[in-house]
Design a protein around this ligand. Structure first.
Ligand SMILES: Cc1cc2nc3c(=O)[nH]c(=O)nc-3n(C[C@H](O)[C@H](O)[C@H](O)COP(=O)(O)OP(=O)(O)OC[C@H]3O[C@@H](n4cnc5c(N)ncnc54)[C@H](O)[C@@H]3O)c2cc1C
Length: 406
């Protein structure tokens, strides 16, 4: 395979690293361009991965180190502000049916495991992709420092504010979900009576979720609707994710009346450890590919974090890209376009449904009207385990090729 047969990947987040690793395993030559000058690019403390995502990691040969750094979740519970249980399921049953666990893992070991699948020369740090130009037999990318590079295919894995998406679809602003998330890892152990439990409390315009981590630590995420922030004297703001002492005081105050663990976890976390993120997504795009360029991960289908699926969907993209490109002649314009189209046919309905479910649930979780909140909580209480799994799209094993089948 000549240098011209290279695949160029913009962005070394979960989507870019996993896609590059999957394509490498499939025999392609890959170069990753990452804007950050160094580091793992693993911003965001921790995340939960559903069994489907763990199957995707297994397909990449990266599941073992990730599981080693993770805590398995055995039970999932949704609580009303009163502490009453209004939803949930025994996660172990779902995990058994998938043949893979549901886990919570700090982001750094996940990124490390994905990086380990790549030779270090494959990643160019401090390289910002500014644009691209497709020709009949290749694609040329322009980097922010003015240099250019060529390959056969460009994969835009450069996240919510993707430059590749911008060139493909125009410069449209993301859609504010009208709530902000604050997340951190606390040294306080979860209060789960020995059954590792993911628990989420939903109230009126405020939610608090916490997940077990190894070593008796806990990953937590608090969210507040814009109106709740304003009523508490916070200025609703976009921009860089700076968490202020005032944010911390407001969180402590709002969650004081929530079931016990919320206020304790916030109180046990130093403000400097907390990451603040105004939540955004984008409505579904008309498509994710042109002849020699493809979007994956948040660049293609950003979703609000309510169902904890964005990273998992990025992993599923990676495995699917490698499966559809296996054996492809990347020089053949028509063949490549057809294969990219197949990828979209497979992944577009799944990822779009996940994004839409997350948006819908995110809005429902941040309902503020007391009567509506009571109705919502009663409806949740009447929801069966099977309906929960279907609603979150995490109950059915996806078609992930096994490592030996790749
Ligand atoms: C509060 C919160 C909680 C979440 N919880 C979960 C969870 O529990 N489970 C889950 O699965 N998902 C979760 N997610 C979603 C998950 O974080 C994202 O879906 C995932 O990180 C997307 O990965 P990505 O690689 O597509 O994009 P990103 O993580 O945004 O990575 C993009 C990469 O591209 C680089 N880049 C950007 N522009 C350029 C450029 N022009 N040139 C070169 N490089 C560039 C960036 O530096 C970055 O490294 C959560 C998100 C939030 C906000």
């Amino acid at each position: 395979m000549s240098a011209r047969d290279r695949v160029l990947v913009a962005g070394a987040g979960i989507a870019g690293l996993a896609t590059a690793a999957a394509l490498r395993h499939t025999g392609f030559d890959v170069t990753l361009y990452e804007r950050a000058a160094d580091g793992t690019g693993a911003a965001g403390s921790a995340l939960g991965l559903h069994p489907a995502a763990v199957l995707a990691l297994r397909s990449l040969g990266a599941d073992a180190p990730v599981i080693e750094a993770a805590e398995e979740v055995h039970r999932w519970e949704l609580l009303a502000w009163s502490g009453e249980r209004i939803g949930g399921w025994p996660q172990t049953k779902v995990s058994e049916s998938f043949g893979a666990p549901s886990i919570t893992v700090p982001r750094a070991p996940l990124h490390r495991a994905l990086r380990m699948a790549l030779p270090s020369g494959d990643i160019r740090q401090g390289a910002t992709v500014a644009g691209y130009r497709e020709t009949a037999d290749g694609v040329e990318i322009l980097l922010a420092d003015g240099t250019r590079d060529r390959g056969r295919l460009l994969i835009g894995a450069d996240g919510l504010h993707s430059a590749v998406r911008r060139q493909m679809h125009g410069d449209t602003p993301p859609r504010p979900a009208r709530f902000t998330a604050w997340r951190a890892i606390s040294d306080l152990a979860p209060d789960d009576k020995g059954v590792p439990t993911a628990r989420q409390v939903i109230g009126a315009g405020a939610t608090f979720g916490h997940w077990p981590l190894p070593g008796g630590r806990t990953y937590w995420v608090a969210t507040l609707a814009d109106e709740v922030q304003e009523a508490a004297g916070l200025t609703v703001r976009g921009g860089p994710p700076a968490h202020t002492p005032k944010d911390h005081a407001v969180l402590a105050d709002v969650f004081r009346t929530a079931p016990p663990r919320a206020a304790q976890l916030i109180g046990a976390t130093a403000p400097a450890q907390v990451i603040r993120t105004p939540i955004l997504d984008r409505p579904p795009l008309a498509g994710w590919s042109t002849a020699r360029t493809l979007l994956v991960g948040d660049a293609a289908h950003p979703m609000v974090p309510t169902t904890g699926q964005g990273g998992g969907q990025a992993l599923l993209d990676a495995v699917a890209v490698a499966a559809v490109l296996r054996g492809a002649d990347l020089g053949d314009h028509h063949e490549l376009a057809g294969r990219l189209h197949t990828f979209e046919e497979q992944r577009f309905p799944v990822a779009t449904a996940a994004a839409q479910a997350a948006w819908h649930l995110g809005q429902l979780h941040h309902e503020r009207d007391r009567a509506q909140v009571a109705r919502r909580d009663r409806r949740f209480q009447d929801t069966t385990e099977a309906e929960w799994l279907a609603r979150l799209g995490v109950g059915q094993a996806p078609d992930v090729p096994s490592r030996s089948a790749r």
